[in-house]
Design a binder for this molecule. Structure first.
Ligand SMILES: Cc1cc2nc3c(=O)[nH]c(=O)nc-3n(C[C@H](O)[C@H](O)[C@H](O)COP(=O)(O)O)c2cc1C
Length: 325
């Protein structure tokens, strides 16, 4: 399949694996790229730029296909060493960066000078237009359904994607709620040039996370996610568990007085305990409503092959069959 996204990134299929904290290690990124998609290493999961440089080297040993690095700009007082991470990306020869969380304008000149293409993740049309205006090469449009941070507008992809298509000139991928060939064909029909998946890629053989995380996704239905941290305007969609219900109770009780410190126990530094140790009640972890569409744990190659075969069948048979011509 050829779209503006496959052309831009030099990949075979218009499928991207979004950056995921403590999931996006070299093993998963390389598996996605080897299967013809675009794998992405999560920059900040690596504690230092040196560790990121090492992760990039490891990924390159596992694939000769293009892969990217996610750089998430966090709402924190003490910023991570972003210049150091960018140096590691450029010196590591990585040509694609997925930015997220905040306006990446400050970092674009350096990245573009090094021949790096930037796809910025946005949850609204206005942020997507801003990304286009500052020179991003593409955007990843994340609907309300998405795992992680859906923003504060709550516009689902059935509206957000065609709105983005109306407004944008640069290519964009649909993100949030994408799982299979149906998602890909729908995304293309709504005007996107491909799709980005998070949650679906966690439930794959190669995702280097605890088996219990994969089983939790397979067991979950579309009703099992919750929105947390909305009072802090840092909304995150997570899979519900005891810690999440405790957190939501604090939000209800404290109301407008809620501060980040009140919910630290449920959100700060919990990812390694969940993703590595399989301690499923350790805290809140991002998960999309799409969990309701995930029923198995295939290899990444099987998943991507299945998506592309299903999309092909949908376009050639189901959709073409509706045209009586
Ligand atoms: C466990 C998990 C961790 C994530 N961590 C990040 C992150 O660190 N940075 C980021 O930009 N997006 C992060 N995301 C968002 C994904 O890259 C992607 O945009 C999102 O999962 C798409 O929605 P979906 O889960 O419905 O496919 C995360 C998502 C999940 C499920």
């Amino acid at each position: 399949m050829k779209t503006r996204i496959t052309e831009l990134f030099g990949i075979e299929h218009p499928i991207i694996q979004g950056g995921m904290h403590f999931v996006g290690f070299a093993e998963l990124a390389a598996a996605v790229s080897n299967a013809g998609g675009l794998g992405i290493i999560t920059g900040l999961t690596q504690k230092t730029p040196e560790l990121l440089a090492n992760e990039i080297r490891r990924c390159r040993e596992m694939t000769d296909k293009p892969f990217g690095v996610n750089l998430t700009f966090l709402p924190v007082v003490k910023a991570p060493d972003y210049p150091g991470y960018i140096r590691a990306i450029v010196e590591g020869g990585v040509k694609i960066v997925e930015t997220a969380g905040n306006n990446p304008q400050k970092w674009l000149p350096g990245l573009h000078e090094a021949g790096v293409k930037v796809i910025h993740k946005c949850t609204s049309v206005r942020h997507s237009l801003k990304a286009e205006a500052i020179g991003c090469d593409a955007v990843s449009v994340d609907g309300f359904e998405c795992g992680g941070h859906p923003g504060e507008d709550d516009i689902p992809n059935f509206i957000l994607l065609p709105r983005a298509a109306e407004a944008l000139k640069i290519p964009f991928v649909a993100s949030g709620g994408m799982a299979d060939g149906r998602s890909l064909v729908a995304a293309l029909a709504l005007g996107a040039d491909g799709m980005n998946m998070g949650t679906r890629f966690i439930a794959t053989k190669e995702a280097p996370v605890h088996e219990k995380v994969k089983q939790a996704i397979v067991a979950a239905s579309e009703l099992d996610t919750r929105l947390v941290m909305r009072p802090l305007r840092n909304t995150e969609r997570v899979l519900t568990n005891a810690a999440v219900e405790r957190l939501l109770e604090k939000e209800r009780t404290l109301g407008a007085d809620l501060k980040f410190e009140d919910i630290m126990a449920e959100v700060a530094g919990v990812y390694p305990r969940i993703m590595m140790d399989g301690d499923m009640e350790a805290g809140a972890w991002s998960c999309g409503m799409v969990a309701g569409l995930i029923h198995d744990v295939p290899t990444v190659q099987q998943l991507i092959d299945r998506i592309m075969a299903e999309a092909d069948g949908l376009i050639r048979q189901r959709l073409a069959g509706f045209l009586t011509a």
